[in-house]
Write a protein that binds this ligand. Structure first.
Ligand code: NDP
Length: 256
């Protein structure tokens, strides 16, 4: 029996790869042998991760809400490298507001980034994968809020639940091209998206509802993302992998 978690020779695009979870996945893929293309918008973060990724890898400035720019970037990557194997739809934002006060702009901003951006990237990547003829992997970064009911982020929950539908639809359609599509669902991992919350009292509250008794880190997602991108996951498609230290299956808080 042969099982391979290696990503040697694979070309991987990680959106939002210049920080947080995307950066950890990008560095994890590099460690497993992939050629990594990370994207982001912030020039300072882009420069920092370019330094970490080093020679042979790329960081490109890309806004996932811009369909034309996504199409161009993906086509250029496939052209430059002669293949396109892995897409991680990771770019994301949060706009936290009670539904009674939620501005339509905050709804659109979140849906545009996660769901529309995810669709643009998945469509472009699918075409590149089918053209290259080597199969491929698409990993959509959902959230435990793809399945739970969170307060103050209805826009985010709707976008992340939508990503599960995108995952299943793509998995069914693309299986014939040997492309597997799965969702990776993080729990609470301290990054720029939630640092303000987790550094406050909520951090301790969350920790007390997490069986692992700690908050997640960005690096906690790298292992699952490597598995789902590897040949070892060839028969895994249309499903979701929750990485949350047990948060979503806990029904009460533990006491110190
Ligand atoms: P970060 O804020 O650290 O990272 C978000 C990344 O997305 C950054 O690289 C940012 O780059 C990029 N980004 C945001 N908007 C765009 C855009 N329009 N186009 C391109 N890139 C964009 O947060 P996380 O690392 O935590 O988030 C990564 C993913 O994980 C998100 O999808 C998030 O929803 C998800 N997630 C995170 C959880 C957590 O606890 N941290 C829990 C559940 C899910 P730049 O700053 O340059 O724009």
């Amino acid at each position: 029996m042969q099982i391979s978690f290696s990503l040697q020779g694979k070309v991987a695009l990680v959106t939002g790869g210049n920080g947080g979870i995307g950066r950890s996945i990008a560095l994890g893929y590099k460690a497993m042998g992939a050629t990594v293309i990370a994207t982001g918008r912030n020039p300072d973060k882009n420069a920092a991760v370019a330094q970490e990724l080093g020679h042979g890898h790329e960081v490109i400035s890309l806004d996932v809400r811009d369909e034309g720019a996504v199409d161009q970037a993906v086509a250029a990557i496939a052209e430059r490298h002669g293949r396109f194997d892995i897409l991680v739809n990771n770019a994301g934002i949060a706009r936290r507001t009670d539904i009674l006060d939620m501005e339509t702009a905050d709804w659109h901003a979140v849906i545009d980034t996660h769901l529309n951006g995810g669709f643009y990237c998945a469509k472009a990547a699918s075409k590149a994968m089918v053209n290259a003829g080597n199969g491929g992997k698409i990993i959509n970064i959902g959230s435990m809020y793809s399945i739970l009911g969170p307060p103050n982020v209805t826009n985010y929950a709707a976008a992340k639940a939508g990503l599960l539908g995108l995952t299943r639809g793509l998995a069914v359609e693309l299986a014939v091209h040997n492309i597997q599509v799965n969702a990776l669902l993080p729990g609470w991992h301290k990054t720029d998206i939630n640092r303000d919350l987790l550094d406050g009292p909520l951090g301790e509250e969350i920790r007390h509802k997490t069986p692992a008794r700690r908050l997640g880190t960005a690096d906690d997602l790298a292992g699952g993302a490597i598995f789902l991108a590897s040949d070892a996951a060839e028969f895994v498609t249309g499903t979701m992998l929750i990485v949350d230290g047990g948060y979503s299956i806990m029904d009460r808080q533990w006491k110190d």
